[in-house]
Ligand binder design. Structure first.
Ligand code: PLP
Length: 473
């Protein structure tokens, strides 16, 4: 018996069986949690032992003790937030990533990981219609993609004004302002906080009836303080209705004023992979930077975001660091030159595997299929008694609301009814939706981005909404 047989095999075999059981169980099991906070604490909160335990026992108990607290978000009936699943090759590559346990900081500490990331970057730019010369980084998620892109923006805007931000920091620097709409995602605000730009640097501009930033408002704001270093944040798919800003009108205008245009396309950037939805991205390739996720629409396990920057010099200047003990290979890609982290997971393998499994047509198909199912869910739920259509999906995001039938019902009553119906749906365990506030009204959000969602999941989820609604009559 080798050391591997003895030390690793028992727990890895239990993990494999546990994973297969989980994936198998996604169809029959509740998609919502079945245990509450107190029960989960009781299951999991064991005394920290003094003595070691056998690894297989730890894994066995882990599988048992998380029971009731693992959502069915890997499966096809989960429509809350924007959460994808994992295609098989990506999941398997993610396991191997842990087994290989590479530090993907440098080519020197994982040559294969560095080469894989180099290739993944090229493939992604091609699929997403971004400039082939753009630099990129594989980060933990879209929020850190914002941080990465905006660090490059901060560098470029301040360097043009004679300020070295990497050396001098921000105190005493010209104030950077950020022009955007109310459709911005909270992760963008957290990114600018981390970069020291501060939330008060955001100027919120008005949108039109489809939640798109108004070009006149942008032009006017840019013209009022022409000299200020300016970042313009645009949306490629906002979280409520998947709104796309009019890149063709907005980007040339921002460029005229030397502003840096950043695009938040956490899921929406993937519209570029489909000929049906590509028009929404028209003109977006002219931006300065783009942030997106792999763990949403590409269906790669979590820990997968992508940052792209047109001005690769600024990107590298904002991230790169040299120290005597680090070895660099001039011909290879050292991820540390582009990533905010130092030591990190070799997360490129999972994306590499997903893209190879799916191919171009597979990615297109996931996008098209999710959009189709989103439209179908929204259309069918909207016809149920007490339901009201708020937004028909343009891509994969839609909104419905549930009305209190009382003729004297107020907006608040409808808000309350909407939340109650959503809770009742979760209680059925058959489908999982979330709530949001859109234009002052509570709404049920329907987001489809799991590769597994099929017609039968849609049927079953509509029936779950019907069942939940029947409890209110
Ligand atoms: C999910 C999301 C983000 C944040 O992405 P993370 O991967 O969670 O960091 C940003 N913007 C939009 C529009 C999103 O949907």
């Amino acid at each position: 018996m080798t050391k591997t047989d003895k030390e690793f095999q028992p727990s890895l075999e239990i993990a494999l069986q546990g994973a297969l059981d989980h994936l198998d169980g996604l169809q029959p099991s509740s998609v919502a949690a079945t245990k509450d906070l107190a029960a989960l604490r009781q299951q999991l909160h064991k005394p920290l032992g003094d003595k070691p335990l056998p690894a297989d026992q730890v894994i066995c108990e882990l599988i048992k003790d998380v029971e009731g607290g693992i959502l069915g978000s890997a499966g096809g009936r989960f429509f809350a937030w924007v959460i994808g699943g994992s295609v098989p090759a990506a999941l398997a590559a993610d396991w191997l990533t842990s087994a290989w346990d590479q530090n993907a900081a440098l080519y020197a500490c994982s040559p294969a990981a560095a080469v894989v990331e180099e290739i993944v970057g090229v493939w992604l730019k091609d699929l997403l219609g971004l400039p082939p010369a753009a630099s990129f980084a594989l980060v933990t998620g879209c929020q850190m993609a914002h941080v990465t892109c905006l660090a490059a923006a901060r560098h470029a805007l301040l360097a043009r004004r004679g300020w070295d931000v990497e050396r001098n920091g921000l105190s005493g620097a010209p104030c950077v302002r950020i022009l955007t709409s109310a459709m911005r995602h909270g992760s963008f605000l957290r990114a600018i906080r981390l970069l020291g730009l501060g939330e008060s640097s955001v100027v919120q501009l008005p949108t039109d009836s489809e939640d798109r930033l108004q070009p006149d408002a942008l032009r006017e704001a840019l013209a009022t303080n022409k000299k200020a270093p300016t970042i313009v944040l645009l949306q490629a798919g906002d979280i409520n209705i998947g709104a796309f800003d009019d890149f063709e009108a907005l980007i040339p205008c921002a460029k005229q004023f030397d502003a840096w245009v950043h695009v938040d396309g956490a899921f929406g950037l993937w519209a570029a992979a489909s000929s049906r939805y590509r028009h929404l991205m028209k003109g977006a390739a002219a931006a300065n930077s783009w942030a997106t996720d792999g763990h949403k629409w590409l269906n790669v396990p979590f820990d997968s975001g992508f940052a792209f920057v047109a001005d690769s010099d600024s990107h590298q200047a904002s991230m790169s660091h040299r120290a005597a003990y680090i070895s660099h290979d001039a011909a290879a890609r050292d991820q540390m030159d582009w990533n905010p982290e130092w030591s990190r997971r070799a997360r490129g393998f999972a994306t590499y595997a997903a893209l190879r499994q799916l191919g171009r047509s597979g990615v297109t198909e996931i996008v098209d299929r999710c959009c189709h199912h989103a439209r179908s869910l929204v259309a069918r739920i909207s016809t149920l008694p007490g339901a009201q259509l708020l937004w028909t999906p343009v891509i994969n995001q839609g909104l419905v609301r549930f009305l209190d039938p009382n003729p004297a019902a107020t907006n608040e009553d409808h808000d309350k009814r909407t939340e109650e119906v959503v809770s009742a749906i979760l209680k059925t365990g058959e489908a999982f939706f979330g709530c949001s506030t859109w234009h002052g009204q509570r709404a049920m959000r329907i987001s489809v981005c799991n590769w597994q969602t099929d017609e039968s999941d849609v049927d079953r989820s509509v029936r779950a909404v019907e069942l939940a609604l029947s409890q209110f009559h």
